[in-house]
Design a protein around this ligand. Structure first.
Ligand code: CAA
Length: 391
């Protein structure tokens, strides 16, 4: 049976335990700290250690959701932090969480758009009636990395967002089938197979993002202007906080607002979505959904219509509307009780991160333990003893 009310029933954000303060990075790199804190809007960035890979972060984000595992018939992970050419992150997550075998399980990739690709597929699976009453688990998980000392370095981060997608959701209803889309083949950001650090044509990537926003928002307006309430808030893909400000100003210009009106609108309608990003940094696929979580955590927006803008380099963009139906609390666990790294500790993590043989680690969380003799990845499930998923 087709369903018209589909969306996010639950959401949770997971981030690494440690972070680097951007003032410490600026001091070490001999750059005025205001360039990072005011120029980019970054305060701290989460740093993943060798046990916190995309599978571990994704599993932790999903583990803190309260949901009926037997009702999951779809598990998709959006990621651009590849760990294997073939085996998807979603299979590891499925195994570590003990989800039902009667399910569709895969990864979705298109740079930072991969999470939205997975979310929309889940929504359409449910809206079409194919889910037959079951729910979907959608996770976005990434480690954002650039070369040490490069302009991209202060825009790193790591984390995952997990969402249960269901009929008659209790948090956010997505306006399925009414999105505006834009795509174009560009080389603004890429991650060649032989390297972990992304390469980016930084200023060009900012222009690609803004062009894609104009394209996707323009189509969305043509399709939606005469229907639906005005947008009370807007959440953007946030590669760094200032980019969301540039995006909202660009959208305001398309709507004919002057600079003063745009500035006021940004503070009112976008500000609350940026708190987690300022603390965690870019989490690529999950960045838009972390912005949504940040907004929902701080404001009771029940009954309000919001806009959402997803951008993936390469590039693909989607602008869509949603209606907030719930007001969750406690989504800030991802930025509590973290450990501040010294600059030396940060550099040491970055320089000693080769994936080695299996070693145990003391943690309550999911952990990547290493590679076994058959080159299989070995994980410790949350709250469990070390296990090899492939065994
Ligand atoms: N005090 C205050 N502000 C200062 C300052 C100071 N002392 N010095 C510089 N600034 C300001 C600049 O005026 C500038 O502000 P505006 O953008 O408003 O003009 C800002 O700080 C940044 O300065 P620069 O442009 O000189 O910085 P940069 O060239 O070193 O690097 C960057 C900026 C290109 C964004 C770089 O960080 C980068 O390459 N980041 C990664 C790519 C990225 O995030 N792209 C975003 C779009 S692509 C995307 O969204 C996909 C994705 O997730 C990656």
């Amino acid at each position: 049976m087709r369903s018209s009310s589909v969306g996010i029933d639950e959401i949770s954000v997971a981030a690494p335990r440690a972070y680097l303060d951007l003032v410490d990075l600026a001091t070490a790199r001999n750059i005025p700290s205001e360039k990072f804190t005011k120029g980019l809007g970054a305060v701290r960035m989460a740093i993943a250690d060798r046990h916190e890979d995309p599978v571990a972060l994704a599993t932790d984000a999903a583990h803190s959701l309260v949901f009926d595992r037997e009702r999951i018939g779809f598990c998709a992970v959006g990621t651009e932090t590849g760990i294997d050419h073939s085996k998807p992150v979603a299979s590891y997550v499925h195994g570590l969480l003990g989800l039902p075998s009667r399910a569709r399980v895969y990864d979705a990739k298109h740079a930072c758009f991969g999470g939205t690709a997975a979310l929309m597929a889940a929504c359409e699976w449910i809206a079409s009636g194919a889910a037959r009453g079951r729910s979907a688990l959608v996770i976005c998980s990434d480690i954002a990395r650039y070369e040490l000392g490069s302009p991209g370095e202060p825009t790193q981060g790591a984390g995952a967002v997990a969402m249960i997608v269901s009929e008659a959701p209790s948090l956010v209803e997505i306006e399925v089938g009414r999105s505006g889309m834009f795509t174009r083949d560009v080389h603004d950001f890429w991650r060649p197979l032989h390297r972990k650090d992304a390469l980016v044509d930084g200023h060009f990537s900012v222009n690609c993002y803004l062009d894609a926003l104009a394209g996707a928002f323009g189509e969305w307006r043509r399709e939606n202007d005469s229907s639906g309430a005005p947008l009370a808030r807007c959440a953007y893909h946030v590669p760094y906080v200032k980019m969301a400000k540039k995006a909202d100003k660009h959208r305001a210009g398309l709507e004919g607002l002057d600079d003063a009106a745009a500035e006021a609108r940004f503070a009112r309608e976008v500000g609350s979505s940026l708190t987690f990003a300022a603390e965690i940094g870019n989490i690529y696929t999950g960045s838009l959904y972390m912005a949504l979580a940040s907004m929902l955590h701080q404001e009771d927006l029940r009954g309000q219509r919001i806009g959402m803008f997803s951008y993936g380099s390469g590039c693909m963009a989607e602008f869509f509307g949603a209606r907030v139906v719930g007001s969750p609390r406690g989504l800030d666990a991802c930025i509590r009780n973290r450990q501040r790294l010294t600059f030396g500790e940060y550099e040491s993590i970055r320089r000693n991160e080769q994936e080695g043989p299996v070693t145990e680690v003391e943690t309550e969380r999911t952990a990547f333990l290493g590679i076994d003799a058959q080159e299989r990845r070995v994980y410790r499930a949350p709250g469990a003893r070390a296990i090899s998923i492939a065994a």
